[in-house]
Design a protein. Structure first.
Length: 302
């Protein structure tokens, strides 16, 4: 019989991300000591979506923390697709920029896929370009998407066993659900799971999730995972970050995960909080990708 924990055993993503940032900062000191300039990350932000503003601000602040240069390029949400593609082209061609991201979502009149495909794969530190996704699927060196690789790294650094475990991923987005299901099934020391990917058309979803040793909830629906879906002793990774209005908060909102934490935490052997779980790991892995891009670790520098 698995343990039923009264107090949840929290997975501290914030601390783990801090540890990674300390390692990256040390690598930057080493790099600059050899006469190289620091890594340089650029971010394109279109419009004024509150969530995107916060994410991009946190990414820029994280760059400062580890000694990177950063550039934020802001555009109004009436920018044309052609103008945005021209901005992507300029960053592609700028030798002072090692990597860049285009924060999503983009306004409806812009084809996000087209923009992502326009990013040079060796500067695609989000790991969203089909070249990087394809190389990841094939098991070739690639710039890996930050949230999926952050989830794998978080479990590894927290000593959570993955090999042979049944992992049920809920949600099949291009950013999280689909790539994390592929990474977790890879023959890697940090993965080797048996993976089931559930989505909106899955029959008997609760029954399948109840079979999971590890649950990755990435569906974007607040408190979707309830106690009846969780096997006692399961590891629960919550990727959800939906903003809900909260009059008790100065900002007027709070972040809600995809897991009903109050119900599920007592059942789980380990669980990520929201915020402070997966979110900080995404930023740490973006920084790591930028270091890999700057040093030619994946795609050798020309
Ligand atoms: N929107 C939500 N998550 C992400 C991310 O990881 N990268 C970018 N560029 N946009 C996002």
């Amino acid at each position: 019989m698995a343990d039923i924990h009264v107090a949840p055993h929290l997975i501290d993503g914030k601390q783990t991300a801090e540890d990674i940032k300390v390692e990256i900062a040390a690598a930057v000191v080493k790099l600059t000591a050899t006469g190289q300039r620091p890594p340089h990350l650029a971010a394109i932000l279109v419009g004024h979506d509150g969530g995107s503003e916060t994410y991009v601000r946190n990414k820029v602040l994280a760059c400062e923390r580890v000694g990177y240069d950063s550039t934020l390029l802001r555009f109004e949400d009436d920018i044309t697709e052609a103008d945005l593609l021209a901005q992507v082209g300029a960053l592609n061609d700028d030798p002072a920029i090692d990597g860049f991201i285009v924060q999503l979502p983009l306004p409806k009149h812009i084809d996000a896929e087209k923009v992502i495909e326009a990013i040079r794969p060796d500067k695609d530190v989000d790991g969203f370009h089909p070249m990087n996704l394809g190389r990841m699927v094939a098991g070739l060196p690639a710039l890996l998407p930050a949230t999926p690789s952050g989830i794998v790294e978080l479990m590894a650094r927290q000593g959570i066993k993955t090999s042979g475990q049944h992992c049920v991923v809920i949600g099949r987005s291009n950013i999280v659900g689909t790539p994390v299901s592929i990474l977790l099934a890879k023959n890697l020391e940090t993965a080797n799971c048996t993976v089931t990917l559930c989505h909106s058309r899955t029959k008997n979803l609760a029954e399948i999730v109840r079979q999971a040793d590890i649950i990755v909830a990435a569906i974007g629906r607040p408190e979707f995972v309830t106690a009846d879906m969780v096997k006692p002793g399961a590891v629960v990774i919550d990727v959800g970050t939906t903003r809900v209005t909260d009059a008790n908060k100065k900002s007027g909102f709070s972040l809600k995960g995809d897991v009903n934490f109050a119900e599920v935490a007592p059942l789980a052997s380990r669980i990520t909080p929201v915020p402070g779980g997966v979110g900080p790991m995404t930023i740490a892995m973006l920084l790591l990708n930028t270091l890999r891009a700057a040093t030619g670790a994946v795609y050798p520098k020309a």
